[in-house]
Design a protein. Sequence first.
Length: 62
Amino acid sequence: MNYRNRSNEMELMHEELARAQMSARLGEAQRRRDVREATLARRMSRRAEQAAQQARLALARL
């Protein structure tokens, strides 16, 4: 019976480790998505600023 308890404890430890690793992977994936979204937002903002500047220059030429 002692062997069964230890075997069960080991199985539970492995499951807990697997859950911790999955949680860490999900957290890393979310951080990567957040970085990608922030990068895209900066890029779009720069493009909008450039378009506005071009429009101002076009109006100034008239």
